[in-house]
Design a protein around this ligand. Structure first.
Ligand code: FAD
Length: 621
């Protein structure tokens, strides 16, 4: 090509981070090119075909609230939907969907190929073009050069990826896909703080060789939850059952007997694995007192007989994998269709990123997804959306969007990574968010859709849907606050069977709803009509019931925001701040926080140090 094609933004990698990055960049108006190994693996789920779960569905809903693809694809592909923690408080409730792998990939590809301002090109990127201190494009294996003002790198587990099955290992980005070695070497020159992490996947099993009669069945929930704000139940494909079985002493003996051939225990694997998603050999080693571990047996889709045995991720040799699988109830005659394996890959120290996900070292180069030390599709998608948006904004000289910890789990995720770094694959949990009650999965749209709209991410149909919902919530809340039930009225008598004492005075519908024994359905139709939109009803009920806690969290946030509003100059010289210890100066220098509030979250930074810093900044402003 004599004249390289020019784009505003190039996204490298078409996984979960890359697809959201490319879509967000294009939606916000930037001409965008998505360069990826294969058009056929766009949106490929490398491991478990499931989306959501505790902490993760919060991210999916936030991506959805900002117009992203993941929740929509989940509604198009979900073959089982459940609400986890359904009996617990609203802050920790989470939606999880088992997905048909092929339908999911198709749904993502369809969104990409229908997106304005976005082109997809299949090739392997070998190099990034640097001009001075800025990124200026990418070069592919076939020698094509594409120019851009910003690049978002989302290479997942592919950078110097190494696959392990027993003591055998080979290069690969995931089973069947090539590793990215040239690009990894180049990136290490540009961003030298890198290390190795590891993750793994279980062997897949042919359902035709399984005895399901000895397993417990697990169906999805009714009423069936929906993932996207624009999703409908009638759009979901056929629903399928999952099963539960468990390992036993014999399984554990087989595993213990093969640990000398485990790459994990023989020191062949150097990277650290995910603490919350350990391999079965790791579980048996760490929890040696347990005689059994539960296993969820999940279908991989509607058009395949392959099953995903969730809970026995392993990199043991294949003969051991087969023996351990066949020792499990229902799997005695199991045929393995694909071996389990572990993969080691390069990741970059996320402390070298800004909160916009731009690298500190190279202007215009953004990183998102697994390469920042995270694990999981949802974590990748959330970062991808943010990086793609900010890359596009930078090309228009707009300030980066950096959601705060009290606004979004995306904010919590990025702030945790950038402030603390990570030594093991980072996954999201609700416990990582200090303002959980405000950051519920059910109110992601109320928190983020207006911001998304103002940045060009939210298209007209979603905005209209959102505006109507917000208005309906306001009207219904107003009705609850201004409608009163008199003692001894017919409505009060209707209530009597549900409350211990008759009403002694008049109560508003809101007062009644705050009683723990009453729900929206008990109160709403006492006077007037209940709304039939369950999402509106849920918001009204949650906001009224938890109003006291929500107000307290909001007051705390307001206090913190006053600190947040004290920015630290980009060229701050910490050596000149008098009174700070050398240790604290070094920590601040390494993290280079952009505000006092962010400095406060760095481990070891004391309140005294913060006030010295605040005084220094005020004096030198
Ligand atoms: P990926 O989904 O890996 O996508 C990377 C994309 O970049 C791919 O499309 C690839 O083709 C492309 N690419 C890479 N290099 C180049 C290049 N040079 N040029 C062009 N394109 C390139 N997550 C969990 O939460 N739990 C688990 O148990 C779990 N187990 C896993 C097991 C295995 C074996 C693997 C491989 C992954 C596992 N994951 C697990 C991780 C999960 O797959 C990732 O978190 C998620 O896919 C990350 O998304 P991503 O977009 O960052 O990268």
């Amino acid at each position: 090509m004599d004249h390289p094609q020019q784009f505003d933004v190039i996204v490298i990698g078409g996984g979960h981070a890359g697809t959201e990055a490319a879509l967000a960049s294009a939606r916000s108006g930037a001409s965008t090119l998505l360069l990826t190994h294969s058009v056929d693996t766009l949106g490929q789920m490398s491991c478990n075909p499931a989306i959501g779960g505790i902490g993760k569905s919060h991210l999916v809903r936030e991506v959805d609230a900002l117009g992203g693809a993941m929740a929509k694809a989940t509604d198009a592909a979900g073959i089982q939907f459940r609400v986890l923690n359904a009996r617990k408080g609203p802050a920790v409730r989470a939606t999880r969907a088992q997905a048909d792998r092929v339908l999911y990939r198709n749904a993502i590809r369809e969104q990409l190929l229908n997106q304005q301002n976005l082109l997809v090109f299949q090739d392997s990127v070998e190099d990034v073009i640097i001009e001075g201190t800025r990124v200026a494009g990418a070069v592919t294996r076939t020698g094509l050069r594409f120019l851009s003002r910003a690049v978002v790198l989302t290479a997942g587990t592919f950078l110097r990826g190494k696959i392990h099955v027993g003591l055998e290992n080979s290069e690969g980005g995931r089973m069947g896909d090539p590793a990215s070695v040239g690009l990894a070497d180049r990136l290490r020159e540009l961003c030298p703080r890198t290390d190795r992490l590891k993750t793994g996947t279980p062997p897949r099993i042919d359902a035709r060789s399984v005895d399901f009669s000895v397993m417990e069945t697990q169906w999805g929930d009714e009423p069936r939850p929906v993932m996207s704000v624009l999703g409908h139940r009638d759009q979901h494909p056929e629903q399928r059952c999952c099963w539960i079985t468990k390992t036993n002493e014999r399984t554990h003996d087989i595993i213990r007997g093969a640990l000398d051939r485990s790459p994990l225990f023989s020191g062949v694997i150097e990277g650290t694995g995910p603490r919350y998603c350990p391999s079965i050999e790791d579980k048996i080693h760490r929890f040696s007192d347990k005689s059994s571990h539960q296993l969820f047996v999940e279908p991989e889709g509607l058009t395949t007989t392959e099953l995903y045995p969730n809970g026995i991720s392993t990199s043991l040799p294949f003969d051991t994998q087969l023996a351990l699988v066949q020792s499990i109830a229902g799997f005695e005659r199991a045929h393995i269709t694909r071996p389990g394996y572990a993969i080691e890959y390069d990741y970059f120290d996320p402390r070298d990123l800004k909160h916009s996900l731009e690298t500190r070292g190279v202007q215009g180069l953004f990183f998102a997804g697994q390469i920042n030390g995270t694990t999981g599709y949802e974590e990748a998608a959330a970062q991808g959306l943010l990086a793609g948006l900010n890359a596009a904004r930078q090309t228009r000289d707009q300030v980066a969007w950096e959601p705060r910890r009290d606004e979004a789990y995306i904010g919590v995720l990025v702030d945790d990574l950038v402030t603390h770094g990570t030594l093991e694959p980072y996954r999201m949990f609700t416990s990582r968010a200090e303002y959980r009650l405000l950051l519920r999965e059910d109110n992601a749209d109320l928190r983020l859709t207006p911001a998304g709209r103002s940045m060009g991410l939210v298209l007209d149909p979603q905005w209209q849907h959102f505006s109507q919902k917000r208005e309906a919530i306001e009207q219904e809340t107003e009705r609850f606050n201004t409608t009163f039930i008199q003692p001894n009225s017919p409505a009060a008598l209707t209530l009597q069977s549900k409350i211990d004492k008759p009403l002694s005075r008049e109560y508003s519908l809101s007062d009644l709803l705050r009683r723990p024994e009453l729900g929206y359905g008990d109160v709403a139709a006492l006077a007037g009509n209940a709304v039939d939109d369950e999402q509106v009803a849920l918001q009204v009920a949650t906001q009224i019931k938890y109003a006291g806690y929500i107000t307290r969290q909001q007051e705390e946030i307001d206090r913190l925001q006053r600190l947040e509003s004290t920015p630290i100059p980009e060229d701050m010289d910490y050596a000149t701040v008098s009174g700070l210890s050398n240790e604290i100066k070094q920590k601040l220098e390494a993290a280079r926080p952009t505000s006092i509030a962010r400095a406060s979250r760095i481990a070891g930074i004391t309140p005294a140090a913060l006030s010295l810093l605040a005084i220094h900044i005020k004096k030198h402003r």
